[in-house]
Design a protein around this ligand. Structure first.
Ligand SMILES: [Zn+2]
Length: 198
């Protein structure tokens, strides 16, 4: 208690006024209002340095934050500065807590494996659609190129199976198609048969 009182006294009164004038207290969380939080965490400028307000609140109420420890939220409101909603944790605790609360999200989900390797301009479903359309006689390489917004050479290498070969596996849709249909009896043997299976 003595320690926390001593640490609190380091903060000048104007700062405390400035701090609490920007907080809206409720029965639940005490929310930081301004300036609007970045990354969800409220910040305040003290002597030219930006401080996270939840960390500042923790320090005001409980004393210094040991090196390497994080101030976490029980309430999951990053802009909350209510001291009894705050707890000290390691970075691991912080990550666990984040995952447990479902806050961990990939900002950019990793691409589908087939969409790597410099073929990223088309998606797998576009490639499948392009092959289907070409096989169905819906256009030339050049027309496919215009339709899918790629170079005709790209269309050629896709149709010929030089690119996106993994999507062909076993289907061998070009040349001698052997596409079985739901009835189980019919096998397409020409491009027009293939088209009729749509
Ligand atoms: Zn809270």
């Amino acid at each position: 208690m003595e320690k926390s009182a001593r640490d609190s006294s380091k903060l000048s009164t104007p700062l405390l006024d400035r701090f609490w004038s920007r907080v809206v207290k409720s029965d639940g969380c005490w929310m930081w209002m301004s300036p609007p939080p970045k990354n969800g965490y409220g910040r305040i400028s003290v002597n030219g340095r930006l401080w996270s307000v939840h960390r500042l609140s923790y320090q005001m109420h409980f004393g210094d934050i040991p090196a390497g420890l994080f101030v976490c939220h029980h309430c999951d409101n990053r802009r909350c500065v209510r001291p009894d909603h705050l707890f000290l944790g390691t970075s691991l605790d912080n990550v666990r807590d984040m995952i447990a609360k479902g806050r961990s999200r990939h900002p950019n989900p990793p691409p589908h494996p087939g969409e790597l390797h410099g073929q990223a301009r088309l998606t797998a479903s576009q490639v499948i659609e392009m092959r289907r359309a070409y096989a169905a006689g819906e256009g030339s390489y050049a027309q496919m190129a215009a339709r899918f917004g790629v170079h005709p050479q790209t269309v050629a290498s896709i149709i010929q199976g030089k690119r996106w070969r993994h999507l062909l596996d076993g289907a061998s849709s070009f040349g001698a198609p052997s596409v079985s249909v739901a009835t189980g009896s019919a096998f397409a043997s020409t491009l027009s048969d293939l088209a009729s299976l749509r």
